[in-house]
Design a protein around this ligand. Structure first.
Ligand code: ATP
Ligand code: MG
Length: 498
C-alpha cells in the first residue's frame, strides 16, 4: 500500500474543462497567436495559450497580449518560424514578429528557478525591462525641440539599442557563455513540465492554460475556483513568493484593482512583511509595472490599492510619500487618473508624457510658483530628488515637466488674460492644452486646442500661432496693421537730358 501523503496541490491532477464547459472561443484569440499555436501543434508539440490571455478570455475581457507556452525548445521554435527572434540569455524566449509590430511571445515550459538560478533570472528580467521601458519611452517621446536638445547627453543615453542576443547553445544543459571575462559561465534555466510551468507563475488566475489540441482549459493551481470566487491568490506560500520576487506584490494589487477582485487573506497578510523589498527592485522593472497600470487605463484603482497597502513611498520615493500623506492631493490625483482611465477606455489615450504630467500635477502645482525663471529644469531636479525607486526615463520625465510648465502658464493666463501664445510652437503645447482643460473644466475638451477655446470664451479674443512679444507682457495677437509704404524719395536731379 502506498504511504499516505499530505494534500499538496502540486501533486493533484489538474482540473480540465473540455470545450463545452468553458467560454474560451478561438474567435476571440488573436489570429497570429492561433497560427503559432497550430504550427507547434501540427508538428506534434504541446502548444498552450498561457497566462493573462486565458484569464481574460474566461472573464469575457479582451486580452492585452497572447502568450504561448510549449514543450518545444527555443531552437526548435526558431526553426519552425522564420519570423522568430530569440531573446534573453538565461531563459530564452521566442518573439514571433508579425505585421504591424505585433509580437507573440513563445516560451518553453520551465520550472521554478532554484535559489542559485534566481539572481541571474532577476538580472535578465531587469535587462529586458530596461530595454522595453526605454523603447516605449523613446517611441512615445515628443519630437526633440530646442529645449530638449539642451539636454542631449541625458536623453541620448535613454535611447534603446536594438540588439539580438548571441546564439544559444543547442543543448539545455550546456552552459551559456559568461557575460564578463573572469565570470563563471551562466547555467541556462531548466525547462519543465506544464505542471511545473504553472507552479512557477505568480497568481492562480494567471496560471491557466488553453490547449489548442483539445480546446480545453487546464488548471493545476486552483485558478478556476479563484476566478469563480473573484479573488487574487498567490500560488504557493505568499511569503516565499514575495521574497523570491517582490514585484509580485505590485501584480497582486494590479490584478485585484483592475478586475475588482478581493485579495485572498494570506496573500494580503504577507504584503506588509515584504513590501519594503520593493524599493530594492530594479528601477526599470518598477517603471515597466507602473507603465502597465497607466497604459491599460487602470491607474486610479491601482493607485488607490497601492496607497491602501502602503507601497506608494516604496516605489515612488518622496513623490509617493507625498501622495500617501496628503489626502487632498491624493483625491485630486485620483480625479485626474479617473479622467485618464476614461480616455483610455474610450480608445483615445493620452500620449505617455501627458499621462505622466497628469500624474505629477497635484505634486508639482504647489511647487511651481516658488520656482523662478525657466521652471523646467528645477522641477525636473525636484522630482529626481524625491528618489523614486521606479526609474522614469529621463526623456519621458523631461517631456512631462515641460508640459507642466506650460500648463502653469495657461492657468495663470486664464486669470490675468495674458497668454504667451508663442508657446503654441512648442511640441508640448497640445498635451498641455488638454491637461489644462481637464484641470480647469473637468474634461479634456473637444477640438485640437481646448485651452485656446476656453481662453476665447473668457476673453473673447482670437489668437494666432506665432509669437507676439509686447511691452505690456500681453502676447495676445493684435489685428495686423497695414504697413504704410515709405513715400518714395524724389529722384535726384539729373543733368541727363530727358
Ligand atoms: P496583462 O493583462 O497585464 O498582460 P498578464 O497576467 O498577462 O497581465 P504579463 O506581465 O503579460 O501579465 O505576464 C504574463 C504571465 O507571466 C502572467 O500571467 C504570469 O503567469 C507570468 N508572470 C508575469 N510576471 C510574473 C512574476 N513576477 N512571477 C511569476 N510569474 C509571472
Ligand atoms: Mg500579458
Amino acid at each position: 500500500m502506498e504511504p499516505e501523503r499530505p494534500f499538496d496541490p502540486a501533486f493533484e491532477a489538474p482540473v480540465i474543462l473540455d470545450r463545452g464547459r468553458h467560454p474560451v472561443s478561438r474567435r476571440d484569440i488573436d489570429p497570429d497567436a492561433l497560427k503559432v499555436l497550430y504550427r507547434l501543434s501540427n508538428h506534434g508539440l504541446t502548444a498552450y495559450l498561457v497566462g493573462g490571455a486565458v484569464r481574460d478570455l474566461l472573464l469575457g475581457r479582451r486580452p492585452a497580449d497572447f502568450d504561448v507556452g510549449t514543450n518545444a525548445r527555443p531552437n526548435q521554435i526558431k526553426k519552425l518560424f522564420r519570423n522568430a527572434f530569440l531573446i534573453g540569455r538565461r531563459f530564452r524566449l521566442a518573439h514571433i514578429k508579425f505585421h504591424g509590430g505585433k509580437t507573440i511571445e513563445v516560451s518553453t515550459f520551465r520550472r521554478k528557478p532554484d535559489p542559485e538560478e534566481l539572481e541571474a533570472e532577476r538580472e535578465e528580467l531587469e535587462r529586458r525591462a530596461r530595454d522595453e521601458a526605454e523603447a516605449a519611452a523613446a517611441a512615445e517621446a515628443v519630437t526633440e525641440t530646442a529645449e530638449t536638445a539642451a539636454e542631449p547627453q541625458e536623453c541620448a543615453e535613454d535611447l534603446p539599442e536594438h540588439r539580438e542576443d548571441p546564439e544559444p547553445p543547442d543543448r539545455e544543459d550546456a552552459p551559456l557563455p559568461g557575460r564578463r571575462p573572469g565570470r563563471p559561465p551562466i547555467k541556462p534555466i531548466a525547462f519543465g513540465t506544464p505542471r511545473e510551468d504553472a507552479f512557477r507563475r505568480d497568481l492562480t488566475i494567471n496560471a491557466l492554460f488553453y490547449d489548442i489540441a483539445t480546446f480545453s482549459v487546464i488548471d493545476y493551481v486552483g485558478g478556476l475556483e479563484d476566478l469563480e470566487l473573484r479573488r487574487v491568490r498567490i500560488i504557493g506560500d505568499p511569503d516565499e513568493s514575495y521574497a523570491e520576487d517582490p514585484v509580485r506584490i505590485w501584480r497582486v494589487l494590479r490584478h485585484a484593482a483592475r478586475l475588482g477582485f478581493s485579495i485572498e487573506e494570506r496573500t494580503a497578510a504577507a504584503i506588509p512583511r515584504h513590501r519594503e523589498r520593493l524599493s530594492a527592485c530594479p528601477g526599470s522593472r518598477l517603471f515597466e509595472e507602473l507603465n502597465k497600470d497607466i497604459k491599460t487605463g487602470n491607474s486610479r484603482p491601482f493607485f488607490e490599492a497601492a496607497r491602501a497597502h502602503g507601497v506608494l513611498p516604496l516605489v515612488l520615493g518622496g513623490f509617493g510619500a507625498f501622495y500617501e500623506r496628503d489626502d487632498a492631493a491624493f483625491s485630486r490625483l485620483t480625479a485626474l487618473l479617473a479622467a485618464h482611465d476614461a480616455a483610455v477606455a474610450s480608445g483615445a489615450p493620452l500620449p505617455l508624457d501627458v499621462a505622466y504630467a497628469l500624474l505629477l500635477w497635484p505634486w508639482a502645482a504647489p511647487l511651481l510658483p516658488a520656482l523662478e525663471g525657466d521652471k523646467v529644469k528645477p522641477l525636473y531636479d525636484l522630482f529626481r530628488e524625491t528618489k523614486p525607486a521606479a526609474l522614469v526615463p529621463k526623456i519621458l520625465l523631461y517631456d512631462a515637466v515641460q508640459t507642466l510648465a506650460i500648463v502653469e502658464q495657461m492657468i495663470q493666463a486664464l486669470e490675468t488674460g495674458k497668454m504667451r501664445w508663442s508657446l503654441k510652437k512648442r511640441p508640448h503645447y497640445p498635451g498641455a492644452s488638454q491637461l489644462a482643460s481637464l484641470l480647469l473644466e473637468g474634461s479634456f475638451g473637444e477640438g485640437e486646442d481646448p485651452f485656446a477655446a476656453l481662453y476665447d470664451r473668457k476673453f473673447g479674443s482670437s489668437h494666432g500661432p506665432g509669437p507676439r512679444p509686447s511691452a505690456s507682457g500681453d502676447d495676445r495677437p493684435r489685428p495686423r496693421r497695414r504697413r504704410r509704404r515709405k513715400p518714395k524719395k524724389p529722384a535726384p536731379p539729373s543733368d541727363r537730358p530727358a
